[in-house]
Ligand binder design. Sequence first.
Ligand SMILES: CC(=O)N[C@H](C=O)[C@@H](O)[C@H](O)[C@H](O)CO
Ligand SMILES: CC(=O)C(=O)O
Length: 320
Amino acid sequence: MASRKKKLQGLVAATITPMTEHGEINFSVIGQYVDYLVEEQGVKNIFVNGTTGEGLSLSVSERRQVAEEWMTKGRNKLDQVVIHVGALSLKESQELARHAAEIGADGIAVIAPFFLKPWNKDVLINFLKEVAAAAPALPFYYYHIPALTGVKIRAEELLDGIQEKIPTFQGLKFSDTDLLDFGQCVDQNRERQFAFLFGVDEQLLSALVMGATGAVGSTYNYLGKKTNQMLEAFERKDFSSALNHQFCIQRFINFVLKLGFGVSQTKAIMTLVSGIPMGPPRPPLQRASREFIDEAKASLESLDFLSSTDLKDGNLESCS
Ligand SMILES: CC(=O)N[C@H](C=O)[C@@H](O)[C@H](O)[C@H](O)CO
Ligand SMILES: CC(=O)C(=O)O
């Protein structure tokens, strides 16, 4: 049985993997990046080497080094560091899980293998179980992202009886818009202390209503502070301000989604907002276009997401 750490709560930034102009990992900015998340965004949990971190585009050795650097630079600053260790090869996934345990990570997460795919719940659980067993002291999270993996096994079904198979199972990162499935995950596991982490940033408020205990996402890198305001409003049951905050966030995400929004664009936006160079993505991704960056910048400015004056949060109607 895993030692029960404190439950993962609140916002978790899905970290970007900074790269140099030559496409190598730029470890030198990770210390600054930690400080930026904690001090400027109020975000103290991270999810490393996931979708946003291009984890599946890195070599195993790079993934180990990235995880180590976040652990080192995050020490005494971050609350929790969860490492995504999913891979197509069970062996690689187990190696990364063991490594995460060695470096003192707070948890591991795994996506469904997405080339030769599990065709039913039992087959998927069996794979996850083998990975979890390689790090028997670490909390284990299943990362449900059917649109990218193509594995559409419902999370609610997967969770049924999962603790008997995977004793370290501690929660779910749910990156899908099916709130029936998400709600049933919560409803059917009320007596268990699972973390239900929602992964569609533009719909987080609806997931909070369904019982989400936290959120993992790419936009918390640069809209963490704004999203924290929404979480605070929700906590104090001020649903009309919570909704105003969600609408502000939606206006931005809706705008960039229409332009084409993915990991490359996230890298460009984070560079713009934080001033820390995230560099280009790794092929097959390609860097965001100049036009995208200019339009995103204008949108951020008009919503007051890019000014140094975002301390004034008295006016709940505005986005500042
Ligand atoms: C597919 C993907 O990367 N999803 C991210 C996390 O799961 C989200 O944080 C989105 O980037 C965000 O919700 C914008 O659509
Ligand atoms: C968003 C997220 O959770 C990821 O990048 O993996």
